[in-house]
Design a protein around this ligand. Structure first.
Ligand code: GLA
Length: 403
């Protein structure tokens, strides 16, 4: 009889198993994240004065109001760990501390991001988070951090899924909503397993400011825009709201030609990529600002359907990219990958197609779409009218076809 009143094994408190903690990822990236990051332009040469003036420029340039809300510190903000293992900022470069900087950034209506690494040291040789994941997450939360980019240098034999899950759990338990950006360069195919863990994941090695090149650094390579596009394009099925493929940051304004800058921006928008600006926005030209602030192009990236676009057709040095958008619209982008100007007779009616992934059709053979040129910001004749289009070398022509 007594036995009937004894709790069964299942009713006894069970030890919490790490794998069972529900990551319960916060919904912070319904559309691809947008912001600025220090790495592409400034590398390790960052300090609080720079970040404050960039915060100011994000407001005065109009970037914040166009949607670029994250101001992200990359590598090299770190000082040392203290005797208890807590990380501190470099007190020479950040004398007021990261908390004060975060308060300043927040006061501008922006959010702030930080960078760490799953290994013993970051790629820049600063202290990594390995063995300090919970301490670091608590520290970031106490500073008011909103975004963490988590790199993969010096990880030795660590298992990537385990390492990224551990930091994701630490962030969840820090009590603050922190967007989690994985940066393992696609080496461990994070796109196949990281949807419950993070909001975006790098799909390639580091970008370099060139349209079509691969630079060898002895042991690792950095990649031009086209090399990155060719890898990222194949991974479209892994992307969607709250879990985006990340083909690395923008190089717009860092030294490519204006055509090439436009091409990168358009392709990143067609691929629903995070739009993380990487130039010195305090002194950018009007032409650079016009690219980054092109609201019609940004709307293609930020479309709520959340489908990464596809390279539909390649013909005579031209690539035809399509991206289904909400309410039956489509984005249509022609990239001239060649070094010669191309002029074509474009008839949208021959682009009727069905996209298996999104289960959307481009119905140009029987339906007439209104045509909006998103670079000239002009309405053009509808899709029932063929047109002559000239695409300069390494440039794009982009339309929104409105149902
Ligand atoms: C890696 C990342 C880069 C950048 C550097 C910083 O290379 O992929 O984006 O964060 O580290 O050291």
């Amino acid at each position: 009889m007594l036995i009937a009143f004894c709790p069964t094994w299942a009713q006894l408190p069970q030890p919490v198993q790490v794998e069972q903690v529900n990551l319960n990822k916060p919904d912070l990236a319904a559309t691809p994240p947008m912001g600025w990051n220090s790495w592409n332009k400034f590398g390790c040469d960052i300090n609080e004065e720079l970040i404050r003036t960039v915060a100011d420029a994000m407001v005065t340039s109009g970037l914040r109001d166009a949607g670029y809300i994250y101001l992200n510190l990359d590598d090299c903000w770190h000082g040392e760990r203290d005797a208890l293992g807590f990380i501190h900022e470099d007190s020479v470069r950040f004398p007021s501390g990261i908390k004060a900087l975060a308060d300043y950034v927040h006061s501008k209506g922006l959010k702030i991001g930080i960078y760490s690494d799953a290994g013993s040291e970051t790629c820049g040789g600063r202290p990594g988070s390995q063995g300090h994941e919970y301490q670091d997450a608590i520290t970031y939360a106490s500073w008011g951090i909103d975004y963490l980019k988590y790199d993969w240098c010096n990880t030795d034999t660590r298992d990537a899924k385990e390492a990224y899950s551990l930091m994701a759990r630490a962030l969840r338990q820090s009590g603050r909503d922190i967007l989690f950006s994985l940066c393992e360069w696609g080496n461990n195919k994070a796109y196949e397993w990281a949807e419950p863990i993070g909001h975006c994941w790098r799909t390639t090695g580091d970008i370099t400011c060139c349209f079509d090149c691969v630079l060898d650094h002895g042991g690792w390579q950095s990649l031009g825009i086209m090399t990155i596009v060719d890898t990222n394009e194949k991974l479209r099925k892994f992307a969607g709201p709250n879990h985006w493929n990340d083909p690395d940051m923008l190089e717009v304004g860092n030294g490519m030609s204006l055509n090439e800058d436009r091409a990168q921006f358009a392709l990143w928008c067609m691929m629903a990529a995070p739009l993380i600006v990487g130039n010195d926005i305090r002194s950018m030209s009007k032409q650079t600002a016009d690219i980054l602030l092109n609201k019609e192009m940004i709307a293609i990236d930020q479309d709520s359907l959340g489908i990464q676009g596809l390279r539909h057709k390649v013909e005579a040095g031209l690539e035809y990219w399509l991206k289904p958008l909400k309410d039956g619209d489509w984005a249509f982008c022609i990239l001239n990958r060649s070094l010669e100007e191309r002029t074509i007779n474009l008839d949208f009616r021959s682009f009727q197609m069905y996209d298996n992934l999104s289960r959307r059709s481009l119905e140009t053979s029987w339906h007439t779409y209104q045509v909006r040129n998103v670079w000239t910001h002009q309405d053009e004749p509808d899709t029932s009218h063929p047109r002559c289009v000239t695409i300069p070398p390494h440039n794009v022509v982009t339309y929104r076809l409105c149902w």
